[in-house]
Ligand binder design. Structure first.
Ligand code: FAD
Length: 404
C-alpha cells in the first residue's frame, strides 16, 4: 500500500485524506494544533462549488444542518443606504447560493468523515521540515520524530512548510487588510434568512448575518499599511475596543452588534499568494491555501481547497507516476485558483477605500450603477463553476511506491 503523508487538518487535509484512503492509500494526517477545537476560527462561506465536493465526501447535509444559507449579499453605504444586492452564487439560481458555517464546524464534519473512512488524524504534531531520500519522503517534526512515506501532501495553509521545501523563495503578500470577527447576541435584531449584509463603514468594512436563533455572526476588515506582529495573538478586548471606535459612526446595527459581542474576538492579518510557480517538487505537492491563499473577500478559500482535494486525489488515481499526477493536478487547478485570488483582490480594493471621503462618495455613486443588474449578471458565474474530475476505480492502485 502506498503512503501519502498529509500535513495539516484544516479544510484540504482531511478531505484529500478521505479521498485517498477510499482509493486504497494509507493517508495519515499530521496537524500542529493540539486538538479539534470547534470554537476555533470564525466562520466562512462554503460556495456551491465547495458543496459539490462535500456531496462527494458524503457530508453536505450534515455541514449545512448548522449553516446559514446566504444566497444574497446586501451591500450598504456608511450612511445605511442600500447600494446593491449581489448573488452569492451563480446569477438567477438562489438554490445554488453560498452557506455560511463556523469554521470549527466545517473542520469537525470533515474530521469525523475522514475518521469514518479510516483516516488517522494525529494532533499536536508540528512539521518543521521535509526532505527526500531516493526511496521516499521524510517529514521531520518539532519533537525530533521523523515519518517516512511515498509522497507528502502539504495542506498546511498559507505558511506551508511543504511549500517551503518545494520553493523556498515564495512569500505570501499582505493584502493591507486585517480581518477580525466574532459572535454577538443582540436583543430584537431581526434574523436575515438567506442574506448576509455588508456595510462600507466610514473607517472599516463590516459584514454580518443574524441566524434564526438570534446569534449574530460578524466580521470587520480594517485597512492597515503593515501586518501586525504575529509573535503573540492580539488581545481580544483591545481588538474589540478598536473596532468599536472604528465603527462608532456607522449605521445601526453595526455599533450595537459590537456592543453586544460575547466571547473572544479573533483578529488576523490577511495574506494572499497571487501566483506560486511550482506546486510540487519530486515527491512533495501542496494544495489549498499553501499554494493559492486568497483573501476571504470572494468567499472561496474553503471551496477552492475542497476542489483541490478532489483534483489531486483524481490525478493520483489516474497516474501511476506521482510526478505526472502532481503535474496534472497543477495544470487542472492553477489558472482557476489564480483567477479567483485576483478576483478577491479586486474586491479587497473596494473595501480599502473606506476612510477616504472622495473615494467613498465616488464608490457610493458608482456601485449601484455597476451592480444594478447583479442578480441577473452571469459574468461571475465562472467563480462557482468547476467540473469535479472522476476518480479512477480503486482497483487501480497508484504507484510511486518507495520500493520501486
Ligand atoms: C485557525 C484558523 C482560523 C481560520 N478562520 C477563518 C475564518 O474565520 N474565515 C475564513 O474565511 N477563513 C479562515 N481560515 C482560513 C480558511 O480555513 C482557509 O482559507 C481555507 O479553509 C483553506 O483551507 P486549507 O486547508 O488550505 O488551509 P487551513 O484551513 O489554513 O489549514 C491549514 C492547517 O494546517 C495546519 N498547519 C500549519 N502549519 C503546520 C505544520 N507546520 N505542521 C502541521 N500542521 C500545520 C494548521 O494548524 C491548519 O489546521 C482560518 C484558518 C485557520 C488555520
Amino acid at each position: 500500500m502506498s503512503k501519502a503523508i498529509i500535513i495539516g487538518a484544516g479544510t484540504a487535509g482531511p478531505a484529500v485524506a478521505q479521498l485517498l484512503t477510499q482509493q486504497g492509500w494509507e493517508a495519515p494526517v499530521f496537524e500542529a494544533r493540539p486538538s479539534l477545537d470547534p470554537a476555533e476560527g470564525l466562520f466562512l462561506n462554503v460556495a456551491v462549488n465547495g458543496r459539490r465536493v462535500l456531496e462527494r465526501l458524503g457530508v453536505v447535509d450534515r455541514l449545512v444542518s448548522d449553516g446559514h444559507p446566504a444566497g444574497l449579499m446586501e451591500m450598504y453605504s456608511g450612511k445605511g443606504r442600500l447600494l446593491a444586492m449581489v448573488p452569492n452564487g451563480p446569477a438567477g439560481k438562489p438554490a445554488s447560493g453560498g452557506v455560511v458555517v463556523r469554521r470549527g464546524w466545517l473542520q469537525q464534519v470533515l474530521w469525523e468523515s475522514a475518521a469514518k473512512a479510516g483516516v488517522h488524524i494525529h494532533t499536536g504534531r508540528r512539521v518543521v521540515r521535509v526532505d527526500e531520500s531516493t526511496r521516499g519522503v521524510r517529514v521531520h517534526f518539532d519533537d525530533g520524530a521523523v515519518e517516512e512515506g511515498d509522497i507528502v501532501i502539504g495542506a498546511d495553509g498559507v505558511g506551508s512548510r511543504v511549500r517551503r521545501f518545494i520553493d523556498p523563495e515564495v512569500q505570501a503578500e499582505f493584502t493591507g487588510l486585517i480581518g477580525a470577527g466574532g459572535f454577538a447576541r443582540v436583543p430584537d435584531l431581526v434574523p436575515t434568512p438567506g442574506v448576509q449584509r455588508f456595510v462600507f463603514g466610514r473607517r472599516s468594512f463590516f459584514g454580518y448575518l443574524v441566524r434564526e436563533d438570534g446569534t449574530v455572526y460578524w466580521f470587520a476588515n480594517a485597512t492597515a499599511s503593515e501586518p501586525p506582529s504575529q509573535d503573540r495573538p492580539a488581545d481580544s478586548a483591545d481588538v474589540l475596543a478598536q473596532l468599536r471606535a472604528l465603527h462608532r459612526d456607522d449605521p445601526d446595527p453595526v455599533p450595537t452588534i459590537l456592543r453586544n459581542t460575547v466571547g473572544p474576538v479573533g483578529s488576523y492579518p490577511i495574506f494572499r499568494l497571487p501566483t506560486v510557480p511550482r506546486w510540487w517538487k519530486g515527491r512533495a505537492v501542496a494544495l489549498g491555501d499553501a499554494v493559492h491563499a486568497t483573501s476571504p473577500s470572494a468567499g472561496q478559500g474553503a471551496s477552492l481547497a475542497l476542489e483541490d482535494a478532489v483534483s489531486l486525489a483524481a490525478a493520483l488515481s489516474h497516474n501511476p507516476d506521482h510526478e505526472r499526477a502532481f503535474a496534472a493536478f497543477q495544470a487542472d487547478r492553477q489558472q482557476r485558483a489564480e483567477k479567483v485570488v485576483a478576483y478577491a483582490a479586486e474586491i479587497d480594493r473596494q473595501k480599502k477605500t473606506s476612510g477616504n471621503h472622495l473615494a467613498v462618495a465616488f464608490r457610493d455613486l458608482l456601485l449601484p450603477l455597476f451592480l444594478r443588474n447583479a442578480t441577473k449578471d452571469t459574468r461571475y458565474d465562472w467563480v462557482f463553476d468547476y467540473h469535479l474530475p472522476a476518480m479512477k476505480h480503486a482497483d487501480n492502485q497508484p504507484g510511486g511506491a518507495r520500493d520501486q
